[in-house]
Design a protein around this ligand. Structure first.
Ligand SMILES: [Zn+2]
Length: 452
């Protein structure tokens, strides 16, 4: 009996596809679900992933699907020995809308051409979702037993409302999760010859916040001006806000990012970045970095007027004017403090300043030896000597909800590609087929290192 069982095991192992083939199949199947909000396939994809997890040997009791249409979410627990507190790996299942008529190929059929795999979500975020899941499957087959529980959270609406990640972050907190690996951020960049330019370990995000400024007045006939025009007054406020410079504040993460930029650049801006790193008060350097769209967001909070609406007729004094101001707030800065600055800049007690969106403000996650060591090992297994650099992104991922709960969260994607191939959210989204095998290996290393 024993011999037969061993033989059966041998057979089942040998028919198992190589992890890279397995990962590609999972990615291709994943792209086939049009998980765009409103298309109604969110639950079907969550059910599909649940089936994958059960096939990998997860106990049914450890896989929880919360079914709610396109706001469905999935949570699974890979049981460890419990020697250390749990960690989590998070991904989102939804994708940005793609209009088939605009694409060269059907966006919801994964199609290989010219060494690339095309499809909506093939990069963001179904690539790393599939790579990390395949890595887990292969580690489980090999008998790897984590020293801690590894929670998997799959959210359903990261690209739109972000309603599914908030409760998941609470579940993570309740389960005692102490660190999150986010598959949806970080990653490597290649040059045209396939050489690595760098790897970003995302440890912070700017807080996204919109504010509405509004002013109303009695209006009247435009032939009899009253000297009190709400457009004139709100425009003056918009100009003051647009001209305001929030204070420069560097963190260990943005210092690391700027140092990496300085290392890569050979132009004048590179010199100014070095000057700012040497002296945070260097006025010429501040002016140069502020004038460059690639660096302005790294050194300070920014607020820009983005929508202005006012008036109702060409021959009437306006009765209402409203302005939307979009702010990207440095980690650690209170949203309320930014609101207070906008109120002060508006300089008019009649102008109301109200927050529109309610994204949580989040601290930067500390660059601990545990995470930097694991990422360095994964990255250097592929490119010897390549040192990961910390990264702060301007956009918001699901990490904000975990950081808001006090759980450090790191974007550690295994995808290396040329910036010329990066079309996430855009037309003809693609990944190189050659990126698949090393990305699975990246996740295997990361998981072995962080979950051991
Ligand atoms: Zn994403």
């Amino acid at each position: 009996m024993k011999t037969l069982a061993a033989l059966a095991l041998l057979v089942s192992t040998s028919v198992q596809a190589a992890p890279a083939d397995e990962a590609r199949t999972l990615l291709e199947k994943s792209v086939g679900f049009a998980t765009v909000k409103g298309r109604g396939q969110g639950l079907a994809y969550a059910e599909f992933l649940r089936g994958e997890l059960l096939a990998m040997g997860f106990a049914p009791a450890d896989v929880t699907l919360t079914a709610k249409g396109d706001e469905s979410r999935l949570h699974a627990v890979w049981r460890g020995t419990g020697e250390k507190p749990p960690i989590a790996i998070i991904s989102h299942m939804d994708v940005v809308e793609a209009k088939a008529a605009d694409w060269t190929r059907d966006p919801f059929v994964a199609t290989a051409a010219d060494g690339l795999l095309f499809g909506r979500g093939v990069a963001d975020n179904k690539f790393d979702l599939s790579m990390s899941l395949t890595a887990i499957a292969s580690l489980r087959r090999e008998g790897f037993k984590p020293g801690r529980d590894v929670h998997l959270f799959f959210s359903g609406d990261e690209e739109t409302d972000g309603l599914t990640a908030a409760p998941q972050a609470l579940e993570a907190k309740a389960a005692g999760v102490v660190m999150v690996l986010n598959t949806d951020a970080g990653g490597g960049e290649l040059d045209d010859a396939g050489r690595p330019l760098g790897y970003g370990l995302q440890a912070a995000e700017k807080t996204y916040a919109d504010f509405t400024l509004q002013l109303t007045g009695p209006g009247g006939h435009s032939s009899r001006p009253t000297g009190d025009n709400v457009i004139t007054r709100l425009s003056a406020a918009a100009a003051r806000i647009g001209g305001h410079k929030f204070p420069v504040a560097l963190s260990p993460i943005t210092r690391g990012m700027l140092a990496e930029q300085a290392r890569r650049r050979t132009d004048a801006l590179g010199g100014q970045i070095k000057a700012l790193l040497a002296n945070e008060q260097d006025a010429a350097a501040i002016a140069a970095l502020t004038a460059d769209p690639g660096t302005v967001g790294l050194i300070r909070t920014t607020c820009e007027p983005t929508i202005f609406e006012a008036g109702h007729a060409p021959n009437a004094l306006p009765q209402r004017a409203s302005l939307i101001v979009n702010c990207r707030i440095l980690p650690g800065t209170d949203v309320k403090a930014v609101q207070a600055t906008l109120t002060e800049l508006a300089g008019d007690p009649a102008i109301t300043v109200k927050p529109v969106s309610d994204w949580p403000a989040t601290p930067a996650s500390p660059l601990t030896p545990e995470i930097t060591g694991a990422v360095r090992k994964a990255v250097q297994a592929r490119f010897a000597g390549l040192e990961p650099t910390p990264d702060m992104s301007a956009g918001a991922t699901d990490s904000v909800f975990y950081r808001a709960q006090g759980i450090p969260s790191y974007g550690v994607s295994g995808l290396f590609m040329r910036s010329a191939d990066a079309f996430a959210h855009g037309l003809n989204e693609r990944v190189p087929l050659a990126a698949i095998a090393p990305a699975v290996e990246h996740w295997r290393t990361l998981i072995r290192e962080t979950a051991k």
